[in-house]
Design a protein around this ligand. Structure first.
Ligand code: PBG
Length: 329
């Protein structure tokens, strides 16, 4: 009987050599917390399809932000659920005193060092739950939507947002937003482009959380979000956004799209973010709550996989939990 001279298991035998050969490791500084903000005071409202996630009024959002700062999480991505009536023109999106802008000012006043990422899309504000403005046939119109997104981005930049993050997938919106920000003197406001955003069924719990699911009804977003079967197209989308002035690009959803993430990172070497979306959270949480998976180890595994696939940063509803685990708390 002959034995192998080359034994990969030698390096795996002890923790010290496993540590030495580890190629990718998750750090707290890779994490971006995601939060939903609502009107009112001292209000927290559960999201039924996302156990453990709550919509928070600004005062409670400040506590969550304080915890991010304490843990060393670099940034917070914000999504608003406003009480203002939804309209055809989504004008609440650029109201200087709108919920998003107020939340941003409050957070920047108390925690200036915490990076803030503002979602730029019209779905929290439109009567139909689409990310843009629609024509008589229900088609989301590209240029009129861009005009609205530009106003929205300027309102957020004015309020002190560090990143505006267009999640709408209109053609040319990054360039238009960049030009408007420069013209208004907001030269430091970064753009995180949701460049390869797929028409995914994993957004369901998010649409419940922001209350756009009911308005969207049987509608879908296939005329602007990408087809699940495509990967080359993701590279074309990312390339456009880079040329239009994106400071960082994103792939979304996360785990089912690691191949796309790897290709994007390899092709462009840009700051590349990935979004572990609501459906991924719900799926993991449900299995963990049933005792079918071990939450800490399985969540840290998914986040490490994003790093291995090329992510520089990860938007995740698990950010605070993961940071605590990484710090041994
Ligand atoms: C909409 C938006 C969505 C998400 C972020 N921004 C949903 C959608 O496109 O319908 C999904 C995030 C998640 O599922 O966690 N602009």
């Amino acid at each position: 009987m002959s034995y192998p001279a080359i034994r990969p298991r030698r390096m795996r035998r002890d923790a010290f050599s496993r540590a030495l050969m580890r190629e990718h490791a998750l750090q707290v500084t890779d994490l971006i917390m995601v939060a939903f903000v609502i009107e009112g005071e001292n209000r927290r409202v559960d999201v039924p399809s996302m156990p453990g996630v709550q919509r928070l009024s600004i005062d409670l959002l400040l506590e969550l932000a304080g915890e991010c700062v304490r843990l060393g999480i670099p940034a917070l991505a914000l999504f608003p659920i406003t009480d203002a009536p939804k309209t055809e023109d989504a004008a609440e999106a650029w109201n200087p005193d709108g919920l998003m802008q107020r939340a941003c000012r409050a957070l920047k006043a108390k925690y200036p060092e915490l990076g803030l990422i503002g979602d730029v899309a019209l779905d929290p504000y439109t009567v139909h739950g689409q990310d843009g403005l629609i024509d008589a046939h229900g088609y989301v119109m590209n240029e009129p939507t861009i005009e609205a997104l530009v106003k929205m981005s300027l309102a957020q930049a004015e309020a002190g947002m560090d990143f505006v993050a267009p999640s709408d997938m209109m053609d040319g919106r990054v360039g238009a937003i960049r030009e408007a920000l420069e013209a208004a003197g907001h030269i430091h406001t970064r753009i995180l482009a949701y460049s390869a955003k797929y028409a995914s069924s994993f957004y369901g719990p998010f649409r419940d959380a922001v209350g756009s699911a009911a308005n969207l009804g049987k509608g879908d977003k296939h005329t602007y979000q990408m087809d699940v079967g495509n990967a080359d197209e993701a590279l074309r989308e990312v390339e456009l956004d880079i040329h239009e002035g994106a400071d960082a690009v994103m792939v979304k959803p996360g785990l089912p799209y690691l191949d796309v993430l790897r290709r994007v990172k390899d092709a462009f070497g840009m700051p590349t973010f990935v979004y572990q979306v609501s459906g991924e959270y719900a799926m993991l949480k449900a299995a963990c709550q049933n005792g079918w998976l071990d939450e800490k180890s399985v969540v840290l595994e998914t986040l490490t996989c994003f790093k291995r696939a090329g992510a520089d940063a990860i938007l995740t509803y698990f950010a605070i939990d993961a940071a605590r685990w990484l710090r041994g708390e």
